[in-house]
Design a protein around this ligand. Structure first.
Ligand SMILES: [Cu+2]
Length: 126
């Protein structure tokens, strides 16, 4: 019985390893990074947040790094009641600094910069 269980553990480990190696997106469950790009608020910057849209697994932490020279925020779009507080709001992120948010619930979360509301992005949590 002990041998059976240890074999089962080894087999499971091998299957998980193969799964992770053959599908790099599986690694995204732990940490996903988004850059607030240089010149993010400039007109014509099509990707103020890069990647602009990301897909993560529930429980993932997404980290936004401000690679621009001015402050930006990562603020959830208000959906439904305008009285409800945003699901997440980084507040101003200084240049060179990062802000993390953990996504525990599945759903699609649009967000923007509250200082430059035309800067938009999206996190899809599966
Ligand atoms: Cu901004």
């Amino acid at each position: 019985m002990k041998v059976l269980i240890s074999n089962l553990i080894i087999m499971t480990s091998i299957i998980l390893t193969i799964g992770i190696l053959s599908n790099p997106t599986i690694v995204a469950f732990s940490q996903e990074s988004v850059s607030i790009t240089p010149g993010a608020p400039d007109e014509g910057n099509l990707e103020p947040f890069a990647p602009n849209a990301i897909n993560v697994i529930s429980g993932s932490t997404v980290s936004w790094t401000n690679d621009d020279i001015t402050e930006h925020t990562v603020t959830a779009n208000e959906e439904g009641s305008s009285a409800a507080p945003p699901l997440f709001d980084s507040g101003p992120i200084p240049p060179g600094m990062a802000w993390d948010n953990k996504f525990d619930s599945p759903g699609t979360f649009g967000y923007h910069c509250s200082i430059h509301p035309w800067m938009t992005g999206r996190v899809a949590v599966g």
